[in-house]
Design a protein around this ligand. Structure first.
Ligand code: SF4
Length: 865
């Protein structure tokens, strides 16, 4: 067996270190890296199951022009020619790149350099715009530079955690485990989130505030700090610029009762929060999409930075505002300058910065001003201003707000290039040229995580087919566009060294982002690079910030009036992630174990609302907004606020004929950052009553999505399952069954039909539908896809004799279901999560299910009382 390769997880911005031991041509064993500072050996469920996702299933392995395979030369020549022609006819502003936090820093650097320094426009934006650009804008307003002033080590020193708009237990599980460990040693946890998430369930205090009222909450707390003498006047006097009427403005309408009314939380709970904050100078405030994805996102970020600056809770252990990023390399993109609103290496478009970067790149031109941010960029395509687009490593047809408008824009764009690892994506369907990119496990480069730690991602496997690294693809296009001398890189290390040199070029300390030592090493040093953090453990510890006068800024921010519900759209739609899925599921959707936690896209609704609106728990419902509509399975959840809905972001045209959440949000953005407000869309919901429901089980993938009212794909071992509902007849669905011996049963009275297909002595397909009857649990039938013999009870959908239904899977690592856990708690009198782990194994591997185990224990305790 080969030695373990030290690399970094493919998914979130926690940036966990991995030891990957290659065991075959496309197989690997994954373990947490005990020496990596981000995770110290731990991995969450997604990282743990990375090995299930490294196969070549669904990969794009060759360049494609239209639907035809092409050579690299032909495809690259065409891309370069069409971009050059478009620029010469319509100017540099007529082309754009839309890139991704999935790119490595080296990929990002080359794309940014080509667009801003050679094409000469800043029309390169990234899907990180959708994720954390409000944090970037807030940092720049407060600190003068986009610097996260916290590290994970601060989590081990804090006495109070304030999590704002962050379901950390699901979205950043390893960060959450560090927080829990500190809480077990006595620290307090406050969660501010409209939903009672699993993170909120474990908090000392949960404030389920009205969506969009965060500024009122933070301003009220700041006012309380002023009234109770918590403000550090000496620190402000020495290190922070405070606008003249800042405190006068703050005093208006921010009393406890007004804030409680605006936020719709009990005043006593609000006071408790204020008192906890006042009593604990070592406070870390972590925030993510609930803060950033708002039309007031930048103000919300600055409401948080104001608090930390005014109380001097910054630049010291255990005290900082902490933006936790979603994507694995959103931070690397920020460092490179991959956002349309920055130039490069933490420099903006000031004349001296433009001159410096142009000098360094020896480029013929340099972008004059910020380019189009994501929403405006796709609007520009729709309006015909952008005529050539290159999308790299992202799927905007799914992830952008107002997905229908984005799709219409892509349809009309004269030239669309998509480089991706996946053959069929919703965005790729609009591409004139598709270029096969290297995937995780094949790429070589660096990523930066949420606490500024730079780590290596290392290749585990040879490049499959004709796939190439993104940096190579962009470099080749740059050379073909006529800039051979500027794009001479032979390997990722060449780009890394140039990136490091730019960070220190003519940098007299005005920019904290600098990688001085890193520029010196050779290829061997790059190969051996150990994780390191730029900016130090406590940036701003000396009270000096990256502004011209060295002072931070208190930024006056005021709560905007919150609109009343509209008659046609009386509900508020919120969107977010599931614990075990990642973005559009192109990778996690391959792992059957990760599908077990949430198999379908659900719309979560408070039971009172559900009953009032005629919905059924487990039934279907259509969610409609001014932008579009989608169908989801209904899940009643008392953790939802009344009048609010929650839906997941992960499902696409390829995986569902409903549940496409990107179609629903409005393309409204924060005026400073340009980040879309995904969290507060006016919506309505209505029950959908299909004629029949059912499921289709297959040993092979389908070419498309089953044509019926609603379909959702579920990865299962040795095959795939589609949950279905429809109104029409079943002919089109039956036609999807494979050839083979057909076993069939029908109950006309209930409208039930069960078909099993046996080929080569094995189950190869099954279709179970019913109009009024019950459908069997799926587990046993799924297992029959890999059973060596055909069971005689296939059409019963269960093994001969009694069968235990273990309920929905809670622990994906050990495949432990809810009913098994509840039974063990009752029968064995298990009193805590450790005892459940001892009895069933649940929660003892990645730990992602521990919050769920706590909730189940609490419910059982309540039921027993
Ligand atoms: S928390 Fe999970 S998904 Fe995020 S980097 Fe770590 S292992 Fe990967």
């Amino acid at each position: 067996m080969a030695d373990a390769v030290r690399t970094t997880c493919a998914y979130c911005g926690v940036g966990c270190g991995i030891r990957a031991t290659v065991t075959g041509p496309r197989s690997v064993e994954i373990a947490g890296d005990p020496d990596h500072p981000a995770n110290r050996g731990r991995l969450c469920s997604k990282g743990t199951h990375l090995a299930e996702t490294v196969g070549l299933e669904g990969r794009l392995l060759h360049p494609m022009i239209g639907s035809k395979r092409a050579s690299w030369d032909k495809a690259l020549d065409l891309v370069a020619k069409r971009f050059k022609e478009t620029i010469s006819r319509h100017g540099p502003g007529s082309v754009a790149f839309y890139v991704s936090g999935q790119l490595l820093t080296e990929d990002y650097y080359v794309a940014n350099k080509l667009m801003k320094g050679f094409i000469g426009t800043a029309n390169i934006d990234t899907n990180s715009r959708l994720c954390m650009s409000s944090a970037v804008a807030g940092h720049m307003r407060a600190f003068g530079e986009d610097v996260v002033p916290a590290t994970y080590d601060d989590l081990d020193a804090a006495d109070l955690f304030v999590l704002v708009g962050s379901n950390t237990a699901w979205c950043h599980p390893i960060v959450y485990q560090r927080i829990r460990a500190r809480c077990e040693a006595g620290a307090k946890l406050v969660v501010i989130d409209p939903r009672r998430t699993e993170t909120a369930e474990e908090a000392d205090l949960h404030l389920p505030i009205r969506p969009g009222s965060d500024v009122a909450l933070m301003n009220g707390l700041l006012q309380h700090c002023r009234e109770t003498g918590i403000i550090d006047d000496a620190y402000l006097a020495a290190h922070v610029a405070v606008p003249q009427d800042f405190w006068d403005q703050l005093g208006e309408g921010n009393d406890l009762w007004s804030v409680a009314r605006i936020c719709d939380v009990p005043a006593a709970d609000l006071r408790h929060f204020y008192e906890l904050f006042a009593a604990n100078p070592r406070t870390v405030t972590l925030f993510s999409q609930g803060i950033n994805q708002s039309t007031a996102g930048t103000d919300q970020v600055n409401a948080i930075t104001n608090l930390h600056l005014a109380t001097a809770r910054i630049g010291k252990p255990g005290a900082a505002p902490f933006s936790i990023t979603g994507q694995p390399n959103a931070m690397g993109g920020r460092e490179v300058g991959g956002l349309a609103s920055t130039l490069a290496a933490h420099m903006d478009f000031a004349p001296e910065n433009r001159a410096r970067v142009q000098r360094f790149w020896a480029s013929p031109t340099i972008a004059e001003k910020p380019g189009l941010k994501a929403v405006d960029l796709f609007r520009g395509i729709g309006e015909g201003r952008i005529k050539a687009l290159w999308v790299m490593a992202t799927n905007p047809a799914v992830s952008m707000p107002d997905g229908n408008a984005v799709r219409d824009a892509l349809k009309t764009c004269p030239f669309v290039v998509v480089s991706d690892v996946i053959e069929k994506t919703d965005t790729g369907a609009f591409a004139h040229v598709r270029l096969p990119a290297a995937a995780w496990g094949e790429k070589d480069g660096t990523v930066t995580n949420s606490d500024r730690t730079i780590s290596r991602q290392r290749a585990l496997f040879a490049l499959p087919g004709e796939a190439m690294p993104d940096w190579w693809i962009v470099k080749e296009v740059g050379r073909r566009m006529g800039w051979k001398n500027a794009f001479t890189y032979d390997r990722a290390a060449d780009i890394w060294r140039e990136h490091c040199r730019l960070s220190t070029y003519d940098n007299d300390g005005a920019r904290l982002f600098a990688l001085p030592g890193a520029a010196q090493g050779g290829n061997a040093a790059y190969d051996d690079m150990q994780s390191f953090r730029w900016g130090g453990d406590h940036p701003f510890a000396d009270g000096r910030f990256s502004t011209e006068d060295g002072r931070a800024r208190l930024v006056p921010v005021a709560q905007k009036p919150l609109p009343e519900p509209l008659t046609k759209w009386p509900l508020t739609l919120n969107t977010g992630r599931y614990r075990d899925q990642w973005h559009t599921m192109t990778r996690t959707g391959l792992a059957p174990k990760l599908a077990r936690h949430r198999e379908e896209p659900l719309v979560e609704v408070h039971p009172d609302d559900g009953s009032r609106l005629g919905l059924t728990d487990g039934g279907l419902a259509r969610v409609e907004t001014p932008q579009g509509d989608s169908i989801y399975r209904v899940a009643f959840h008392s953790g939802q606020r009344h009048g609010e809905l929650f839906v997941p972001i992960h499902w696409t045209d390829r995986t569902s004929s409903g549940g496409r959440t990107g179609l629903l949000p409005r393309p409204l953005v924060d005026p400073v950052s340009g980040q879309p407000g995904f969290k507060r869309t006016p919506a309505s919901i209505a029950a959908v009553t299909p004629k029949w429901r059912g499921f289709l089980l297959l040993s092979r993938e389908l070419a498309g999505t089953p044509r019926c009212l609603w379909a959702a794909r579920v990865a299962v071992p040795a095959g795939v399952m589609w949950e279905l509902a429809g109104n029409g007849d079943l002919k089109a669905i039956e036609a999807l069954l494979p050839k083979g011996e057909r076993i069939e049963a029908q109950d006309v009275a209930r409208g039930t039909k069960r078909i099993a297909i046996v080929a080569n002595g094995r189950l190869s397909g099954a279709l179970f539908v019913t109009e009024t009857g019950e459908l069997p649990p799926r587990d046993w039938l799924i297992a029959q896809l890999s059973a060596p013999q055909v069971a005689p009870t296939l059409l019963a959908g269960r093994a001969p004799g009694a069968q235990t239904d273990r309920g929905p899977v809670i622990c994906v690592c050990f495949d432990v279901g809810l009913k098994t856990i509840v039974g063990a708690i009752r029968d064995q009198k298990l009193a805590n999560v450790a005892a459940i782990g001892g009895a069933l194994g649940a929660g003892t591997n990645c730990g992602s299910c521990r919050p769920a185990l706590t909730r189940i224990l609490n419910e059982e305790t309540t039921n027993a009382a």
